[in-house]
Design a protein around this ligand. Structure first.
Ligand SMILES: NC(=O)c1ccc[n+]([C@@H]2O[C@H](COP(=O)([O-])OP(=O)(O)OC[C@H]3O[C@@H](n4cnc5c(N)ncnc54)[C@H](O)[C@@H]3O)[C@@H](O)[C@H]2O)c1
Length: 271
């Protein structure tokens, strides 16, 4: 699908990967860009994108991606101003890492990973990205219905692309019970949407990045990165957010690509 002139939604746009995706879409002459994040930084980013493009292409939307009313409002605003949304990259995500069951030596007790934390991570990393994607598909389905279009046909232009952000941790990673589970869950959602959404002319894929140089990974600390991450990659370095953004735009623009893309810097963790 040609990115030029299309309408895109990127969540987590104030973060490392979301920001890089926004700038890469701008370079590829996206028509309109919704930059969504819970922080106000998205407004600075949208100003930066607009300066880069020399026109008001980007709009920042500040809110919580898990809020249904916020999501529907953003899409309603986009539909009114720009028509249907064609590209959805729901990149907002969080980690709440801790061992699944750990021994608390101080209190001489056993601690189970809190269900409340698990639910929070599930809301942000699994349910929210799926529903931001479904909202895009629903907008396209509604457009097709209003225009008397039924099942999408090959002679038509593709109408949309979803790229979910999984992780190498979707295969399991010590200390990342909730994070791994949500990223593995996205794999199932992506496979289902791949099968279903083409009815409406929408493709779906999932990228599994390895450890990427973003605030999320920097929060792990320099020692952890040097000792536990870098030695387990073939490239012996963190991935740059721009490399992930480039891979995401490749997935959007090359319609022959489907399924999962592993952009993992040759991640081979020792057992
Ligand atoms: N950095 C990595 O190594 C890596 C690897 C694999 C996958 N990922 C995934 O890539 C995506 C982006 O990660 P990143 O490394 O850029 O992280 P990041 O922490 O730099 O950015 C995440 C962004 O999401 C936003 N966000 C979090 N919760 C939100 C909410 N409820 N509502 C709105 N915004 C919210 C944050 O404000 C932040 O700007 C995430 O889904 C992450 O799981 C990252």
């Amino acid at each position: 699908m040609n990115i030029k002139g299309k309408v895109a939604v990127v969540t987590g746009a104030a973060g490392g990967i979301g920001r890089a995706v926004a700038l890469e879409l701008a370079k590829r002459q996206i028509g309109s860009l919704a930059l969504v994040d819970k922080t106000e930084v998205v407004h600075e980013l949208s100003a930066e994108v607009n300066q880069l493009m020399g026109s008001s292409v980007a709009t920042g939307y500040t809110g919580d991606v898990t809020e249904e009313t916020f999501r529907t409002w953003v899409y309603q605003d986009l539909h009114e101003k720009h028509g249907i949304v064609n590209i959805c990259v729901p990149a907002a995500g969080i980690t709440r890492d801790s061992l699944a069951v750990k021994v608390d030596k101080q209190n001489d007790s056993i601690i189970i990973y809190p269900t409340k934390t698990f639910r929070l991570v599930t809301e942000v990393n699994l349910i929210a990205p799926i529903y931001w994607a479904l909202e895009m598909v629903a907008g396209i389905a509604d457009y097709r219905r209003k225009h008397g279009l039924k099942r999408w046909e090959a002679k038509e232009e593709l109408m949309g692309t979803i790229v979910f952000i999984g992780s190498v941790s979707s295969q399991g990673n010590k200390g990342q019970l909730s994070y791994s589970a949500t990223k593995a869950g996205l794999e199932g959602a992506a496979s289902t949407m791949m099968a279903e959404a083409i009815f409406h002319g929408v493709r779906c894929g999932i990228i599994h990045p390895g450890f990427t140089d973003t605030p999320m990974v920097r929060a792990l600390g320099e020692d952890y990165i040097e000792q536990q991450i870098i030695p387990q990659t073939q490239l012996r370095r963190l991935i740059q957010p721009e490399e992930i953004a480039d891979a995401i735009c490749f997935m959007v623009s090359n319609s022959a690509v489907s399924g999962s893309l592993w952009a993992d810097a040759g991640w081979r963790p020792a057992a």
